[in-house]
Design a protein around this ligand. Structure first.
Ligand code: SF4
Length: 482
């Protein structure tokens, strides 16, 4: 018994197969084709959305957008790989009608339309909203670090520069001393070694000048670090140690784990990221009220208050108390809202004294600390025990009450936010950026998140249903326009 035989390469066929034969009814490219064709790219801000009257015809931005969407869905992100695939991949040949733009044209499209790409992501969100794929009641917010095009050795902080300069100074001192000794020896052998030492010295002095230049640049920028390849990326601590990265924030809807909105930031932690993403998700979901859950890494009473004012209910665990061994924790001081005072373990009342405008903190203390027998357990300082209450603490207290009444919401948080990031990093293999600069990185992120949502929507609804929904939406838009 032989093996299964393939078709003969020399076989001439009477009726050659059409490209359409390779694309079945449930193929995602059918949806990509129909969806991109009905997008008003000019309105979204794409360049060359209308053909030029004179000169060589350019590629239609619709074709290049289809190429990128197909690429990101299928883990092909580099412009060179996309060019190659457009020449040999039957689905792409169908989608682009056998067009094969060169890699430079492909790369320029992503770069030139970086501001328009987030809008494409949002247009798909709107379609999913019309198809009732979003629950629009509860979203989970989380952030993850994605590596930037910038190695760790091309990122500098003040401390790192200081350390390098110190090392160079010591090295220069040693070389100078060695040069003096070589001069004193005055032998042929020592002349050769002196030339080598001079060369090394010059190299070190050049490095010293470069580091001093960076030090000045850093001081003038007012930033805490400087990245040389991607100036906007920052050194951040992630699960795999410290890397120069961007912090991508997403809001995930609880119904089908579809992403409602996102933001690319260069914040090293999540402390100031909650309100902006929560508000943009609320806007994209077009709701009056929204519930949001996040981990305690986001705990910031000012952000919680901002959400409250925007009609967004935050659910978050209480942050772990910062405990100093042998000292009473803040939690055992009770706040009396009616009198705006704290009661301490000795039964004394700490009243409001000063407002710290810079840090938006209200400070409380009592003169009774001077003669208190518990003072050594209360403070390590000479003065009284001071309690600092953030101005927006009331909003945080209201949130804790809400969480205590409805602890179930917090249980959903982990399942909600880990699915998209897990899928994007592990299954779609998109854990690093190819572009430099926050705006371009944001454009790239839109394509990644659009690919995630698209795959998920197709899995939930199927291509045919999505196409039907698209048809209904176009009719609706036409009716509302007339
Ligand atoms: S040191 Fe001051 S705040 Fe602390 S227990 Fe004594 S009176 Fe109260």
């Amino acid at each position: 018994m032989g093996y299964v035989e393939g078709a003969s390469r020399e076989q001439v066929v009477l009726f050659p197969e059409a490209l359409d034969d390779y694309v079945s009814g449930e193929n995602p490219v059918l949806f990509v084709e129909a969806w991109v064709n009905q997008l008003a790219l000019g309105e979204l801000g794409f360049s060359k959305a209308e053909p030029e009257e004179l000169g060589r015809p350019a590629y239609d931005p619709r074709d290049l957008l289809k190429l990128y969407i197909y690429g990101y869905v299928n883990e092909i992100r580099s412009s060179r790989k996309l060019e190659r695939e457009s020449q040999r991949n039957l689905e792409l040949m169908w989608l682009l009608r056998k067009l094969s733009p060169d890699h430079k044209t492909i790369a320029n499209f992503r770069k030139d339309n970086r501001k328009a790409l987030p809008e494409v992501f949002r247009r798909f969100t709107r379609l999913c909203r019309e198809l009732n794929l979003y629950g629009r009641e509860l979203v989970g917010i989380d952030g993850s670090k994605f590596r930037a095009v910038n190695g760790r050795d091309r990122n500098f902080t003040e401390a790192k520069l200081k350390q390098r300069l110190q090392w160079i100074e010591e090295k220069i001192k040693k070389y100078l001393q060695a040069l003096q000794e070589a001069d004193a020896a005055e032998s042929q052998e020592s002349e050769v070694s002196a030339a080598e030492l001079q060369k090394k010295l010059k190299e070190l002095q050049a490095r010293q000048a470069a580091y001093e230049g960076l030090q000045q640049q850093l001081a003038e920028s007012g930033e805490e670090q400087i990245s040389l390849t991607d100036g906007e990326a920052r050194l951040m601590k992630g699960r795999q140690g410290q890397h120069v990265s961007y912090n991508v924030q997403i809001a995930v809807d609880s119904k089908h784990k579809l992403i409602a909105d996102f933001a690319v930031t260069n914040e090293e932690n999540d402390l100031n990221c909650l309100a902006a993403v929560a508000q943009s998700a609320k806007q994209e979901l077009a709701v009056e009220q929204l519930q949001v859950c996040a981990d305690r890494g986001y705990y910031n009473s000012a952000q919680i208050k901002e959400c409250e004012e925007a009609n967004i209910e935050v659910h978050m665990e209480r942050p772990r108390p910062r405990q100093v061994a042998g000292i009473f924790p803040l939690e055992i001081f009770t706040y009396d809202e009616a009198h705006d005072e704290y009661e301490c373990p000795a039964g004394k009342r700490l009243s409001f004294r000063v407002f710290d405008k810079d840090r938006q903190l209200r400070c409380y203390w009592t003169k009774a600390c001077r003669s208190c027998p518990l003072k050594s357990q209360c403070t390590t300082g000479k003065g009284p025990r001071r309690i600092k209450r953030p101005l927006a603490q009331d909003a945080a207290e209201r949130m804790f009450k809400r969480v205590a009444q409805n602890p179930e919401v917090l249980k959903l948080r982990k399942q909600l936010v880990e699915h998209p990031f897990g899928s994007i990093k592990r299954w779609m293999k998109q854990d690093h950026f190819l572009m430099r600069g926050k705006e371009k990185v944001s454009g790239e992120t839109s394509l990644t998140l659009l690919a995630y949502n698209l795959k998920r929507a197709i899995k939930l609804e199927g291509v045919e249903k999505l196409l039907a929904g698209l048809g209904q939406m176009s009719t609706k838009n036409m009716l509302s326009a007339t």
